[in-house]
Design a protein around this ligand. Structure first.
Ligand code: NAD
Length: 426
């Protein structure tokens, strides 16, 4: 167990997500005939950095924040992964998320390795300018190990295109030239890609559509519940209604959930959240707890908040037929075993939420070439890649009689191992 200290308080702790990600690797190791040495290498990141970030606060004080960057495996190319600003972030969670990025990029056949970053902070308690200074301080802390050919940060929980713009600007200042390709998820006016804003949700919904076809589920009459109404969750709710005509019966945020049997209007709920700070008290909707939302009678459940929300405690009560994991690590190993025994079709995170990094990769390609693709072009390329990945995982799972997650890990880890062998690392 790893702990570290900030102002005398223990802020790091054992990460269930990290244990589970290692467990998934272990489960596919036998089928891939990994030697113990290979497995040991893949169980740990190649590089980790802890940074201390002194930031001038608006009141004149200086506050020191703790940040991390983990470069998990770069066999397939420069590493890539989001930066999370969260009060409960830890190095261990960042390590697990960096491992997930490695398998995700490999699964979607991107020429990229996996990384992740984080800063322990509560952006809700920081001013706009304090967030800017923190974002710049983070880049100053990690700039020696990042860059378009080394490691490319992107947005994650509680970071957004504005934060990416500051990060890109800071990196450019430090290197003395405009390096748009150093960061992805930027605003489109600064080298960002059209279609990045909803790419994770759109990509995830492509996999839902493929799954619905396989299982004869009519999406027009399907009810959807979304846990976590942030960037990914909002777009998932909006697009499920717009693209498929689904009825979005419930959404939630960190304060609670709302439900309407007649269906919610995600755009209107988003307006309400922006003006009041929460989805709660949306006119005409019933208030539920986040726990109740996960147990609703729906066809499609979309976890889009944080990790470990479906566990052995509540998995038995999940009624959905399709679980589309748009968040990273929303289902624990024990929770998944229960869902599998009930026949819930799980679209695993590294497959379902790959749309974000796919369009981030498109953004890098556009930055390299100086081109700007049309949104339709981005979308059709994204759809093709998501469908291809879904089909390959589904076919592998059917052929080898394994779960969708085991299939996804087997394909992804196998590609990373092949790259390491070809490079002569192992
Ligand atoms: P976000 O910060 O925009 O949204 C997170 C949402 O989760 C917020 O609405 C927040 O209120 C809610 N939330 C937080 N704690 C909660 C709790 N305990 N219960 C219910 N809701 C809670 O973040 P995001 O970018 O939408 O990311 C969401 C998930 O998707 C994360 O797991 C992230 O790693 C994953 N993901 C994001 C992207 C991307 O492109 N942004 C790509 C792949 C995966």
């Amino acid at each position: 167990m790893e702990t570290h200290y900030l102002k005398g308080k223990t802020v790091g702790s054992r990460s269930k997500l990290l244990e589970d990600v290692k467990q998934h690797l272990c489960t596919c190791a036998e089928g891939l005939k990994l030697t113990p040495d290979m497995e040991a290498f893949l169980e740990m990141p190649m590089r980790e950095l802890y940074v201390s970030l002194p930031v001038h606060m608006d009141d004149g004080s200086i506050k020191v924040f703790r940040g991390f960057r983990v470069q998990y495996n770069e066999a397939l190319g420069p590493t890539k992964g989001g930066v999370r600003f969260h009060p409960e972030d830890t190095m261990e969670t960042t390590r697990a998320l960096a491992a997930l990025m490695t398998w995700k990029c490999a699964l979607h056949k991107l020429p990229l390795g996996g990384a992740k970053g984080g800063v322990i902070c509560n952006p809700k308690e920081l001013s706009h300018r304090e967030i800017e200074r923190l974002s710049r301080a983070y880049i100053r802390g990690i700039y020696q190990i990042i860059g378009p050919d080394r490691d490319i940060p992107a947005p994650d929980v509680y970071t957004n295109p504005q934060v990416m713009a500051w990060m890109m600007d800071e990196y450019s200042k430090l290197t003395g030239k405009n390096v748009f390709g150093a960061i992805t998820g930027k605003p489109t006016s600064l080298g960002g890609s059209a279609g990045r804003y909803d790419a994770t949700a759109r990509g995830g919904l492509c996999t839902v559509r493929e799954a619905a076809k396989k299982f004869g589920i009519n999406l027009k009459t399907s009810r959807v519940a979304v846990h976590g109404f942030g960037n990914v969750g909002y777009h998932a709710a909006y697009l499920a209604k717009k693209m498929f005509g689904c009825k979005v019966v419930a959404v939630s945020d960190s304060k609670g959930a709302i439900f309407s049997a007649d269906g919610l209007d995600p755009e209107d709920v988003s307006g309400h959240k922006h003006s009041t700070g929460s989805v709660l008290n949306y006119p005409g909707a019933k208030t539920l707890t986040n726990k109740e939302l996960l147990e609703l009678d729906v066809e499609i459940l979309i976890p889009a908040s944080l990790e470990n929300v479906i566990t052995k405690e509540n998995a038995g009560k999940v009624k959905a037929r399709i679980l589309a994991e748009m968040a990273n690590g929303p289902t624990t190993v024990e929770g998944e075993a229960i869902l599998n025994s009930k026949g819930v079709h799980i679209i695993p995170d590294i497959l379902c939420n790959g749309g974000g990094v796919i369009v981030s990769y498109f953004e890098m390609v556009q930055n390299y070439s100086g081109m700007q693709w049309e949104e339709d072009d981005v979308r059709s390329r994204l759809e093709r890649k998501m469908k291809e990945a879904y089909d390959s995982v589904y076919n592998f799972a059917s052929k080898n009689n394994v779960t969708m997650r085991q299939a996804a890990y087997s394909l992804a880890v196998g590609r990373v191992v092949e790259a390491m062998q070809l490079r002569g690392w192992i």
